[in-house]
Design a protein around this ligand. Structure first.
Ligand code: BTN
Length: 330
């Protein structure tokens, strides 16, 4: 384990630890500890207080992910479906790792979690900003005996089960914006990025990337280009390892069900949580904007819009409310 991680684990309790104590615990010199503290201070969202005579402490305790606690949340069946689960401290993007075919064991699901992503990927080429140890950054690579084209509805199915899981954790007032953004009080709480590779006719591997905001450092939040919400804003303080494990369990079960039954079992859940149905919306493409009334989720996972009185289904674009009925602009 890297030395800075060891120092951070000692400091995670939010209490003071002297340089001497840290040096003893790590078996190194006090100046080596000081050097690691400089590295820790660079992590987004982390502040280290240093007080003469007391030592060092984090400005707030950290709830670091614990792999054993996380894995204990999986059902026995899902444990057998999982080839490996990697809990990382920093990574460029868990999706980028999961898309790397060399890292995948054939036929088994593989999961990646990270405390921090340095180049997190969002939809439509946007960045997904991170702060260390606060949120969930998770990717699952899952192999399907399905053609690539049949994976299209997976992102909608993932949105549906994530909304449900958040409700089981006590969240209310949240819902879905097509295809899979989760909003709470008009602000984005969680996002899903689906990537895939494989044979056109199958088998194919889907990489399901999920980011959930549990808590965001104020300075980190300033770097995000859209209004965002956290579970903390909603008054929910949850155990990160429990939530990460339940999320992994939920997404593996969802994949298994999708393999057998496709999107159908998830349509009603999605529709029951649609925040935009019946509203006047605009669907933004790279070069155009389509305006219409949102008729809701189509059976194939597309977005059904009534455009000048004619129903059409769309499969791509960024949905936003028309300014006329803009209640919660996104
Ligand atoms: C969106 O823009 O709504 C999608 C955001 C997806 C973010 C998650 S965080 C874990 C995984 N790794 C990434 O680089 N992106 C996804």
């Amino acid at each position: 384990m890297k030395a800075w991680v060891q120092v951070l684990q000692h400091l995670a309790d939010g209490r003071f630890h002297s340089g001497e104590e840290l040096a003893f615990a790590l078996g190194c010199s006090r100046s080596a500890v000081w050097k690691q503290l400089q590295n820790i201070r660079q992590l987004p969202g982390i502040e280290v207080d240093s007080v003469k005579g007391k030592g060092y402490r984090l400005s707030r305790p950290l709830d670091l992910l614990q792999e054993d606690v996380l894995l204990a949340r999986l059902s026995e069946t899902n444990r057998t479906r999982l080839g490996a689960c990697n809990v990382l401290h920093t990574v460029d993007s868990t999706n980028a790792l999961a898309m790397d075919e060399r890292l995948q064991r054939s036929g088994q699901a593989m999961a990646w979690f990270a405390e921090l992503q340095t180049a997190g990927r969002g939809r439509r080429g946007r960045p997904w900003v991170s702060s260390f140890g606060d949120n969930i950054y998770f990717s699952l690579a899952y192999r399907f005996d399905l053609a690539m084209g049949q994976l299209a509805g997976l992102s909608v199915a993932t949105g549906a089960v994530l909304v449900q899981l958040l409700r089981e954790y006590g969240l209310t007032g949240h819902g879905l914006k097509w295809p899979n953004d989760i909003h709470w009080e008009g602000r984005k709480l969680a996002g899903i990025l689906l990537e895939a590779h494989g044979e056109t006719d199958g088998p194919s591997t889907a990489v399901i990337g999920i980011g959930v905001n549990l808590r965001l450092d104020k300075r980190v939040a300033e770097g995000i280009d859209q209004p965002c919400a956290t579970l903390e804003d909603a008054g929910l303080l949850i155990d990160r390892s429990h939530f990460a494990g339940d999320l992994l369990n939920t997404v593996i079960s969802m994949c298994e069900q999708y393999q057998g039954n496709g999107l159908e079992p998830f349509l009603q859940i999605w529709r029951d949580n649609d925040l935009y149905k019946g509203k006047e919306v605009a669907l933004l493409g790279p070069n155009n904007e389509i305006r219409g009334i949102n008729e809701g989720l189509a059976d194939n996972g597309g977005l059904s819009l009534s455009v000048n009185g004619v129903s059409k289904t769309y499969f791509a674009g960024e949905l936003s409310l028309r300014p006329t009925d803009e209640v919660d602009r996104v």
